[in-house]
Design a protein around this ligand. Structure first.
Ligand code: 13P
Length: 257
């Protein structure tokens, strides 16, 4: 059984004080939720403070990026050992914003992924097609190339710890969510490629959906057989909204509408 993982990707939002306010507000809202794993990826500047605040809680700490070198003259970069030091469990890699705005290639992401695994941390590898690629019928080719390239150096023995986030670029920050059927089709394709690469371990790998996930659409997305969680941007900035996504099962059962 794959445990659903709901993760907040705050991108470039929140100061340390705002981060701690959020953590204080979220705790009572999710205290009784036991069947969903929760993670928060704040900006680097808030990692240490949030890590200390979350210690002993059920909420895991995640980073939004990492560098593959252990140390050295890499101005502006953060190593995986530094992330482990402040209590990170997960590291988001290959987000479409890093690929599009900062020129990250699959080969570059593959090196980071190997470093994250070697440090005993868990990668959340993002893949997804642009609108132009989808309209040109290239979605599956793009996903295949991103998975093959970014997982080129992955350690098969740690495959079950891997998380993949399918984030169609046209759905990120646009309010346009993929339909559950369309997302499931992409997730099933991703899982089949993970099975090509890792065999039976692919059944243990969580595949999150990301792209305009909100309290209103989380339950029907999560009802799909290959959707094992969500990577949430905008809607994760507010503790009430984020907790409503974490509590998606109540909505599915009709408890909260
Ligand atoms: P939004 O939820 O704001 O669309 O962002 C999704 C995302 O990029 C998460 O990594």
């Amino acid at each position: 059984m794959r445990v659903v993982l709901i993760a907040a990707n705050w991108k470039m939002h929140k100061t340390v004080a705002e981060t701690l306010d959020f953590a204080r507000a979220l705790a009572p809202l999710v205290r009784d939720v036991s069947d969903v794993e929760i993670a928060i990826a704040p900006p680097f500047t808030a990692l240490a403070a949030l890590g200390a605040a979350l210690r002993g809680s059920r909420v895991a700490l995640a980073a939004q990026n990492a560098h593959f070198e252990a140390k050295g003259a890499f101005t502006g970069e953060i190593s995986v050992a530094m992330l482990a030091d402040v209590g990170c469990t997960y590291v988001i890699l290959g987000h479409s914003e890093r690929r599009a705005l900062f020129g990250e290639t699959d080969a570059f992401i593959a090196r980071k992924l190997r470093a994250v695994q070697a440090a005993g941390l868990r990668p959340i590898l993002c893949v997804g097609e642009s609108l132009a690629e989808r309209e040109a019928g290239r979605t599956f080719g793009v996903l295949r190339a991103q998975l093959e390239g970014s997982l080129a150096e992955a350690e098969a023995a740690r495959a079950a710890e891997l998380v993949v986030a399918y984030e169609p670029v046209w759905a990120i920050g646009t309010g346009k969510t993929a339909t559950p059927e369309l997302a499931q089709e992409a997730h099933a394709f991703v899982r089949a490629r993970l099975a090509d690469r890792f065999g039976a371990s692919a059944q243990s790998i969580r595949i999150q959906y990301g792209g305009s996930v909100k309290p209103e659409n989380a339950a029907e997305l999560m009802a799909q057989p290959d959707i094992d969680g969500a990577l949430v941007g905008g809607a994760s900035l507010d503790p009430l909204g984020f907790s409503a996504i974490i509590r998606f099962r109540e909505r599915r059962a009709g408890v909260s509408g």
